[in-house]
Design a protein around this ligand. Structure first.
Ligand SMILES: Nc1ncnc2c1ncn2[C@@H]1O[C@H](COP(=O)(O)OP(=O)(O)O[C@H]2O[C@H](CO)[C@@H](O)[C@H](O)[C@H]2O)[C@@H](O)[C@H]1O
Length: 488
């Protein structure tokens, strides 16, 4: 019989996306189905999500879910996978982004919005709703990041009628930097027993961390690459939670993200002017010409680097502007798509103004354009200071857009550096470098341009990357094995 899993998250493609979390949550049901796992996804009822439902069929209503009325709507995700939507208008029906208002400031009631999501998940999985026969019983709850973390905490610390306490939970860390920390004043409003205010409960540095609560209470913790799973045991990457990660010992697993190979397939990508495959790489040139035109870049034979990223410190984007004179100096060009930190946006715009025809910047978020960039760019630059997994380098590998990445987290796990040994062995897939700073980045750019100048070598590297299987096949199996080990 299929294992029934409730996946709880704050975003999922194609309904709502601010970053890589949405790609992963949206892909998981399809990745797990071949392994006998039936996954239902629970999302907050943001306007875009509620509007996407063809019929708004309410399957349950709470008079008070952490103090606010709420309904549970049922629908379908892409691929026909079941979707549940927490329709709590006072928490989610508002203009702005999922976590921030129009001015970019965190919503003041984020604790309540996502604690309510966790409480709802616990009720759905095995408590109130099951008892009233409003939903099926679930065998396991899989919660994502701090926004989902409270599901594990409610299941363990405040079970409804004792039933949910028996349901195992998995919490996945997509980014340790976001911990959902709030002041101690929220504790009495969470509806948890007093004993939950403790080291192995929700308390963290005198307040409440929704992520810490999840990590402490889940039966298993996963993160999205083996290297990041090791890195978060150290103070440099654990962001204060390294002690807890070490204490959780064998319960912490690193399972690499996959990519949706239907959506990210250069031979059938509707956004490309010219689809192509591993054996027809020469066709990429049409996409490169289109990309140059779209970004106002000069047309020439030199390499075009691309960047598709949140413009933040994590992603090393504060250092990028400094290195752009060097990039232009060695005959390369840059097409960048991103948004984030205002200072970084300004520094990039100044660099673009200094180098017309060589640096093209697009501030904003544009999914279709990101496909065209992978299909026309020569190399994708990912200079992250830390990177739990990273998806853009995987899309780059699939598209023959060679990743140039820091040797950290999932970037270290997915790219094989074109050092002399790897080139001789014929297995290189990209360029890796250590540390995010002017010197390391400039050296990596220089090395990439040198590789580009040898067409045979470059095409070999492109080919090696395109041959890699970063589909969900292996990782879907790994999650299914983990679920079974917890439910056996
Ligand atoms: N301006 C823009 N326009 C269009 N598309 C844009 C864009 N900026 C970013 N994107 C897209 O957003 C996604 C970003 O995913 P990443 O995995 O690279 O990072 P993120 O930090 O969001 O995710 C966190 O969660 C994921 C999932 O686990 C981890 O891989 C990662 O390491 C972790 O930091 C990609 O699909 C990318 O193409």
């Amino acid at each position: 019989m299929a294992l029934k899993v409730l996946s709880v998250a704050s975003e999922a493609v194609p309904l709502i996306k601010t970053g890589g979390l949405a790609d992963v949550v949206g892909a998981l049901p399809g990745a797990l189905a071949p392994h006998g796992v039936a996954m239902t996804t629970l999302l907050p009822g943001y306007p875009a999500v509620v509007q996407s439902l063809k019929q708004r069929r309410a399957v349950f209503a709470w008079d008070s879910l952490l103090g606010t009325p709420a309904r549970l709507l049922a629908g379908k995700l892409d691929g026909g996978h079941p979707l549940l939507v927490l329709d709590a208008p006072s928490l989610f029906a508002r203009a702005g982004a999922p976590y921030t208002d129009a001015a970019g400031l965190d919503w003041g009631d984020n604790w309540q919005r996502f604690a309510a999501l966790g409480r709802a998940a616990a009720d759905i999985a095995g408590g109130a709703l099951v008892q009233r026969k409003k939903t099926q019983r679930f065998d396991l709850v899989h919660a994502h990041d701090w926004q989902g973390g409270m599901a594990a905490a409610y299941l363990r610390l405040a079970p409804f009628g004792g039933k949910e306490g028996r349901i195992p939970s998995v919490v996945t860390i997509h980014n340790m930097a976001f911990q959902g920390w709030f002041g101690a004043d929220i504790f009495p409003r969470l509806g948890l027993p007093d004993a939950a205010w403790s080291l192995d409960g929700v308390e963290y540095h005198g307040g409440v961390s929704l992520l810490k609560a999840g990590l402490a209470c889940a039966h298993a913790v996963t993160t999205v690459s083996p290297t990041y799973a090791r890195e978060i045991r150290s103070s440099s990457f654990g962001m204060g939670l390294e002690g807890l990660i070490i204490a959780r010992g064998d319960a912490v697993h690193g399972i690499l993200n996959g990519i949706d190979t239907q959506v990210w397939n250069p031979s059938a990508d509707p956004y490309l002017s010219q689809p192509y495959g591993r054996r027809t790489l020469e066709k990429r040139i049409a996409n490169k010409r289109a990309l140059e035109a779209e970004f106002g870049l000069d047309e020439d034979d030199g390499p075009v680097f691309i960047v598709i990223s949140r413009l933040t410190w994590q992603k090393g984007m504060d250092v990028l502007p400094e290195v752009l004179d060097h990039l232009v100096g060695i005959g390369a060009r840059l097409a960048l798509l991103g948004s984030g930190d205002a200072q970084i946006e300004q520094a990039l715009s100044r660099a673009a103004a200094r180098h017309p025809g060589r640096i093209g910047i697009r501030i904003g978020y544009d999914e279709d354009l990101s496909h065209r960039m992978q299909g026309g760019g020569d190399a994708i630059l990912v200079p992250s200071r830390f990177e739990p997994c990273g998806l853009t380098q995987l899309y780059g590998l699939a598209y023959g857009c060679i990743p140039v990445v820091t040797r950290t987290g999932g970037l270290a796990d997915t790219v094989i550096d074109a050092n002399p040994a790897a080139l001789a062995a014929g297995c290189a897939t990209g360029v890796q470098f250590d540390g995010v700073g002017y010197d390391s980045l400039a050296a990596a750019l220089t090395r990439t341009v040198a590789l580009y100048q040898d067409r045979a070598v470059w095409e070999r590297i492109q080919n090696n990357g395109m041959k890699c299987d970063f589909s969900w096949k292996a990782s879907g199996a790994a999650y299914a094995d983990l679920y079974r080990s917890l439910t056996a």
